[in-house]
Design a protein around this ligand. Structure first.
Ligand code: AMP
Length: 292
């Protein structure tokens, strides 16, 4: 595995010469204020001493990872995220570990969680929602081009950078379809069409999630919300999609949501068509940044 921990935060691996390569340890960083707490540990603001580069250092306890049996998931997350380079995907510069902890060196998202911002505003206006949906569509097109399916796009997994740009942050549930294909069958060459198709079509789960997210941005609640899990399940299965009269959303916005939330995954609006949809074209800021 080409490990990103051998590279410097401020450089791409290609820029780092063999002699510069090193393994990280805690002494390489000045640790600053806590940024937040997650299920498995804490996140701190930190500065890499040599480059003065500001990062977020995520500290995970091995004991908790073991207990919850998520070591495998973390390994996959690190491997996938460290290879992605896109302005709307949080960089994972590298990792290191000691006896008790695993440390992830992450890009610092200065404006924090989108979830909190959505709670504060209750819902976003159409320009803001469209700007976010377009930047996520571009990031997902990039991921799918690398055979990576995110599978868990939701407000809790989105951070906001210093300029107001969205960053997909959590790749814990993502999969690399190419790997999966190889592990399934050893080689692609013997796969029948329906299996090739089903793997390719998996990427459409991210279109569905983007539709749910677009609805939540505009209405402040997810579309199939219900008191009981079983009712949410039923509403999803029926695609029981209803648009409240308030807040007011243009018919064009509702049209885009309806085209993403389609039960037959092959009928969902492809991501490049999402970018061409009139609601996106009219509302999204091409810079991908919604200025507050
Ligand atoms: P997590 O363990 O990923 O859920 O992170 C816990 C909390 O730390 C998040 O809810 C954020 O508030 C904060 N956080 C995590 N990663 C970053 C980051 N890269 N930049 C800024 N804040 C972060």
């Amino acid at each position: 595995m080409a490990i990103a921990s051998e590279t410097h935060p401020e450089k791409d691996s290609a820029e780092v010469t063999a002699t510069e390569k090193k393994r990280w340890n805690l002494n390489d960083f000045d640790i600053g204020k806590p940024l937040g707490r997650g299920k498995f540990g804490h996140v701190y603001l930190a500065r890499e001493k040599r480059s003065n580069h500001i990062v977020a250092l995520k500290v995970l306890f091995k004991s908790q990872l073991k207990q919850s049996q998520v070591e495998h998931q973390l390994r996959r997350e690190v491997e996938i995220q460290s290879h992605l380079r896109n302005p709307n995907i949080l960089r994972l510069y590298g990792y290191f570990y000691d006896q008790k902890r695993v440390y992830l060196i992450l890009e610092y998202a200065a404006k924090g969680e989108l979830y909190k911002e959505l709670q504060r505003c209750k819902y976003f206006n159409e320009k803001r929602a469209a700007t976010y949906v377009a930047s996520l569509a571009r990031a997902l097109i990039y991921c799918h081009g690398k055979h990576v399916i995110h599978r868990d796009i939701k407000p809790e997994n989105l951070l906001v950078g210093a300029q107001g740009e969205l960053k997909i942050a959590d790749f814990g549930w993502s999969v690399h379809t190419f790997n999966r294909r190889r592990t399934m069958c050893g080689t692609l060459d013997y796969l029948p069409p329906e299996m090739v198709e089903s793997v390719e079509h998996d990427a459409t789960v991210d279109i569905w999630s983007l539709g749910v997210l677009c609805y939540e941005f505009l209405y402040g609640v997810p579309p199939f919300e219900a008191k009981e899990h079983s009712d949410t399940y039923r509403r999803i299965m029926l695609v029981d999609l209803k648009f409240p009269s308030k807040p007011v959303v243009s018919s064009s916005g509702k049209d885009l949501i309806s085209q993403m939330l389609v039960k037959d995954s092959s009928e969902r609006l492809p991501l490049h068509k999402v970018l061409e949809h009139p609601w996106i074209v009219q509302n999204a800021d091409p810079s991908g940044i919604y200025k507050l």
